[in-house]
Design a protein. Structure first.
Length: 352
């Protein structure tokens, strides 16, 4: 089988490997769609503490496929079932896992990080993932592409659930990537009265606007805080989300919050980066500053329902699709920053 293999910083190669054989307590999934995440690109650019300097890894944690082989000790799963996975596998016994927060486990494993992921034609789903509830059946009405995008949406759902967005709220989305596009759709689905998007490239702003933006702010041409205040009648926004790993976005988002505003620092920054915080504003204006990372199995279930019912149309953030023979080109394209979401179809030779 073919696999796109990470071989150290800045290097992905298309490799030929034997098709894996599942153990008695594992299943084998034929992967039909796998999307490239910002985390994949972050690993490619700078490595990952869970991947040793001499290790190789098949990246990819946003994926969907079909079970083609089942270990003899596996119950409740059978060949032919269409599935996706929740990537973070908790240890199962720590405080976070006992609360159902597999994404917060300090000793987690993850597909595409510590375990080979979805940028290959066949992928093993481990016993730990099966027992942890990380293997998810997808509805017959849902395409493999849509199912592969439930994972990034589930991360957005994790962030969104604590922001308490209502139809009276004004929402600020800082960034123009696929995560920003998903947050725009969530804001629209929840009926937010105003959704402002900030970006620094006019073409990306134009690309993302149809997903739910009411106002666009080009940060290369105007002062972000001044423009947001103008657009909100000098009131500010009720909710802000940072959807790109830039420190200035965090400062801008905080400056744009209205009284009782809520903010989620969705995109992480490089280790050691510090951002100045106006704690007086937080204190006197009653602000809530929140963080989130990944998603739990329950977050994933909620996201799956949003896609199944058509409330969120995840494929609208996809701009480029590649077959397996062009997997390296897919990574090059994603690294270029052009377009939004890039999908690899492992069972197709080429889609270009």
């Amino acid at each position: 089988m073919k696999a796109a293999v990470y071989q150290g910083q800045g290097r992905v190669v298309l490799d030929e490997r034997p098709r894996p054989t599942p153990r008695d307590d594992e299943v084998l999934v034929k992967v039909f769609a796998a999307s490239i995440c910002g985390t994949d690109l972050k690993v490619l650019r700078g490595g990952h503490f869970r991947v040793g300097p001499n290790e190789t890894r098949v990246l990819g944690h946003e994926l969907a496929g079909e079970i083609v082989e089942v270990g003899k000790h596996v119950a409740h799963w059978k060949t032919g079932q269409r599935v996706s996975v929740v990537p973070n596998i908790g240890c199962g016994h720590c405080e976070m896992c006992r609360k159902g927060l597999n994404n917060m486990c300090p000793d987690y494993d993850a597909f595409g990080i510590s375990i080979d992921g979805g940028f290959q034609q066949y992928m093993i789903v481990t016993a730990e993932a099966i027992y942890g509830g990380n293997l998810i059946e997808i509805p017959a009405s849902m395409s493999f592409e849509e199912a592969s995008l439930v994972e990034p949406l589930s991360c957005c759902v994790n962030a969104w659930k604590d922001l308490a967005v209502t139809p009276e709220d004004r929402v600020l989305v800082l960034g123009t990537g696929p995560i920003a596009g998903l947050f725009l759709q969530l804001a629209k689905a929840y009926g937010a009265r105003q959704v402002i998007v900030v970006g620094r490239r006019a073409e990306r702003l134009a690309e993302i606007a149809p997903l739910g933006a009411t106002d666009l702010v080009d940060s290369s041409k105007v002062d972000v805080v001044d423009e947001v205040m103008r657009l909100t009648g000098n009131r500010g926004v009720d909710v802000a989300l940072t959807c790109a790993p830039a420190p200035e976005l965090q400062s801008q988002g905080l400056a744009c919050l209205a009284r009782l505003g809520r903010m989620n620092f969705f995109s992480g920054l490089n280790k050691g980066t510090r951002v100045d915080l106006d704690s007086n504003k937080v204190h006197y204006w009653g602000l809530k500053l929140l963080g989130s990372t990944g998603s739990s199995v329950s977050d994933y279930a909620r996201a799956l329902q949003l896609v199944e019912t058509g409330k969120i149309k995840v494929s609208e953030v996809v701009t480029h699709r590649f077959g397996m023979n062009d997997a390296v080109a897919a990574f090059d394209h994603a690294l270029s920053g052009k377009g939004m979401k890039t999908i690899i179809y492992p069972q197709e030779d080429s889609l270009r």
